[in-house]
Structure formats: C-alpha cells, structure tokens
Design a protein around this ligand. Structure first.
Ligand code: EPU
Length: 422
C-alpha cells in the first residue's frame, strides 16, 4: 500500500492549477448513460473514483477512449448491447455508482444495481434516491443485496418530487427525468455547483432543464440527446485545499483552473477572517498566509453554506490559529475520524457530539505511521504533516488518490518535501 513521506515544515510558494471537479465529473459520467451519440469530456480528473466509474461504464458496454495527454475522453456506445447490471465488485468501490440507476432506468426501463452500503463518513442511505424514483414510476425490490428496478412503460410525470437537498438524489433524478415525454418538477434540489454543472452539461446536449426557483427545476423530457463536447470546471474542494495550505504555512500561492470564483464566497470569506490575504486576477486566486491566524467558529451546511468536505481541511488550519475554534458537522454523522491522527501530530482537539473543539497555537510535530481515514481526512493529515517539524509518514493514501489528482507532484512544485513510497 502506498504511503507518503513528508519532511516539514514547508512553506507553499508558487503557482498551482486545480484539476477538474471530481464530483461534477462523476455525475456527468453517469449522465452519459442517456446518450446514443458520442460524448467528449475535457478536464475530467484521472483519480481513482473516476477510474472506477470508467470501469463501471465499460462493464455496461460503453467504450471509453482517453487521449494520450489524458485531457480529453470520448464515450461511445460499443457494438455490444448495453448491459444494465452494476456489480457489487464495482459499486463497493464507489458509492456514487448509484448515480447509474437514474440513467439505466430511464433509458432502458430496467437496472440491477448493488446496494452501496455505508462508508467511513456515515451510513449514507439512498432512500431519497429510491423514493423519488418510485414517484416517477420506478418499481424496485431488494434481493440478495441488489436493487432490481423496472419501469416497463418508462418514467412518468410528477410535479412534486422533494429531493431533501441531497446532492446525489438530485443528480440521479435530474438524469432520470431528462429523456421521455413528460414534464417533471423537482423541489428542494441541491444547488451545489456540481449539480448545476450536470444541468449545464445535459443542456449542452439539447436537454430542456430550467431552474424555475432557487431550488426548483423544471425538466421537460426530450426524445434524445445530441453529440456534445463539454469542459468540466475546476474542483472547488481542491482549490480551497491549496488555499488552506498557503494560509497555514504562511506561504503564497497563485491558483488557476477554476472559472467562477464567486462560487467560493463562503469558504474564501472564512479564510479571509482567519487571516489570509486573497486577491483575484481574472480567474486566478492569489492567496497569502500570515504568521498570526485568528480563531473562528464554523458550521457545515448545504451549499451555499460551508462544505462538509472542507471541515477537516479547515480543522487542521484552525489548530494553528490563536485561540479556541469550533467546527460543527451537520451533514454526515461520522466525519471526525481524522481527529485521532491529527492529535498524534500534536493537535489539541476534543469532540463533543457533532462539534469539534480545537485549541489553537499548535506547533505540529511529525509522526510515523499516520493512518488516513477517508479521502478528505487523508488530505487534512498531509496538510498537517507538511506544516509539522520533522518527518511524517502518511499511510493508506489510496484514500487521497480517490479524489486528488497528482497530489504529490503538485505539492512538490510549490516547495513541499513529499515522496510516495509504493
Ligand atoms: N441522505 C439520506 N438519504 C439519501 C441521500 C442522502 O439520508 O438517500 C443524507 C446523507 O446520509 C447525508 C445527507 O443526506 O447525511 C447529505 O447527503 P448527500 O446525498 O447530499 O451526499 P452525497 O450525494 O452522498 C455528495 C458528495 C460528497 C459530499 C456530499 C455533501 C459526490 C460523489 N459526493 O455526496 O463528497 O460530501 O455530497 O456535499 O458527489 C467527497 O467528495 O469526498 C464526498 C464525500
């Protein structure tokens, strides 16, 4: 199993480019199940989660051609008949595989897909997905750990589907409602930028999807989707990760690759409050850290609130602030697994219910055999190790590889001493 050896403390200086958004890519890849025509996608990050999704699409008999420089992928229907079976072996590697359900049931009227189960950050049920698809006319049974779903006469009209602000359920229902001859109104739709990108992608291929309220979508079914070429925006969580690294190491980074900085208002305003200086030059963000950082209280919330994916990243930053900070986790029930390992680097953090109480002014000291808990937790551990004195070893970095493209290469280019050991 790969690990990172990090020799700190390092200061982050230079220019860095974020990769395409992992979560937008996963939703868009799922939506390609609706197409007969080829789809060209640019800026998909080549991380473990997208690679598993490529495997899932291949297992359904889609053909994927990746350009030599990996910047472009093309997805075709292969000559074989499309399969509607998503195996446990693939779904267990990637919960987002459940996003294939909406596309398969809408396009082929049936799907057999392994139930995804829980994961390190929570039980992560899929009841919102299933209940909403049921209201569109999908029938399903759970047999032997698989969801057997059918919609013999296609999916039908419904004006009142509530998606409870769930990102995945919103994406699944948008995909399921795009084709056909009915109109569907979706309510309490998640408005995370990744959901909005899925809508933009589908509309680029001739779908008829409109935001008719802040969190309401009207989808008028279309007969088919056209050939399209789409470029995925940068990854907002990756961007904030590098911004936090610049802040916590009192460094300076110029960050490229994200084309709508307004979408990051909540997290960048908080970083400013903590003490970073942030400037914009077109779509480049220039961020500079200071020696003295201010403590702050944060609560995670659905977009446009503070993202749960950044709680641990800001958590390690706040270990270095002057005074006590708190982070309240409101989205997932089990997102504090990173804390035990950060304590091994010297972090003074207590957990009370869904709140992490972080005492500031920590001088991290490197530690051996740190264990990554999940993707974002693994990244947080690396950031803490980068700002620690001495050598650290971060294990189980396959977690980080799920969602961060070329992490160590990018980190080295801005002055971090980091080596992967396979
Ligand atoms: N929920 C239910 N029932 C459902 C669906 C969700 O109870 O059917 C609950 C969840 O258990 C959770 C809350 O609703 O408590 C929100 O979950 P949501 O469905 O919004 O999350 P998701 O679609 O499973 C996506 C991202 C996560 C990100 C969350 C929240 C992808 C592939 N994953 O998950 O990203 O944390 O939205 O923004 O888009 C990551 O990238 O590391 C990651 C975990």
């Amino acid at each position: 199993m790969d690990k990172f050896v990090i020799n700190g403390p390092c200061k982050a200086f230079g220019t860095i480019r974020v990769s395409g958004s992992k979560n937008a890519s996963l939703a868009i890849l799922a939506a390609t199940l609706l197409f007969d025509e080829p789809v060209e996608l640019r800026n998909i990050p080549h991380v473990r989660d997208t690679t598993v999704f490529f495997d899932l699409l291949r297992s359904l008999n889609k053909k994927i051609i990746i350009s030599k420089d990996k910047k472009k992928i093309k997805i075709y229907n292969s000559k074989k008949k499309i399969s509607t079976f998503c195996s446990y072996a693939l779904v267990k590697q990637l919960r987002a595989s459940i996003l294939a359900l909406g596309g398969l049931i809408s396009k082929h009227g049936k799907a057999v897909i392994s139930a995804p189960g829980g994961c390190a950050i929570g039980t992560r049920p899929i009841n919102y997905h299933l209940n909403a698809l049921k209201r569109l006319g999908m029938k399903f049974k759970l047999k032997g750990g698989y969801i057997h779903a059918t919609a013999k006469n296609g999916l039908k009209e419904n004006n009142k589907i509530n998606l409870n602000l769930s990102v995945g359920a919103s994406e699944n229902l948008i995909i399921a409602s795009t084709l056909g001859d009915s109109t569907v109104n979706l309510h309490r739709v998640a408005i995370e930028p990744e959901v909005k990108e899925l809508v933009m992608f589908l509309n680029s291929a001739g779908a008829n999807i409109k935001w008719i309220g802040k969190r309401t979508l009207r989808i008028i079914g279309v007969k088919k989707l056209n050939r399209t070429s789409y470029t995925v925006n940068g990854d907002r969580i990756e961007l904030s990760t590098w911004a936090v690294l610049a802040t916590m190491t009192a460094g300076k980074l110029k960050i490229d690759g994200f084309n709508n900085i307004k979408l990051l208002k909540t997290e960048l305003d908080l970083l400013r409050k903590i003490g970073a200086s942030i400037k914009y030059k077109k779509n480049q963000i220039i961020i500079q850290g200071k020696k003295k950082l201010k403590n702050i209280n944060i609560s995670t919330k659905e977009y446009p609130g503070f993202p749960t994916d950044l709680a641990c990243i800001f958590g390690v930053l706040l270990c270095k602030a002057n005074g006590r900070s708190t982070i309240k986790e409101n989205i997932f029930e089990n997102r504090f697994n990173w804390i035990a390992e950060v304590r091994r680097l010297g972090g003074k953090i207590q957990i009370k219910g869904n709140k992490a109480i972080i005492e500031g002014n920590t001088k991290f000291q490197g530690a051996e055999e740190l264990m990554s808990s999940d993707l974002r937790g693994s990244v947080a551990l690396c950031l803490a190790a980068i700002s620690s004195s001495g050598r650290s070893v971060v294990n189980r970095i396959y977690m980080l590889d799920r969602g961060m493209e070329n992490f160590e290469k990018k980190a080295r280019s801005i002055g971090v001493s980091i080596k992967r050991i396979s």
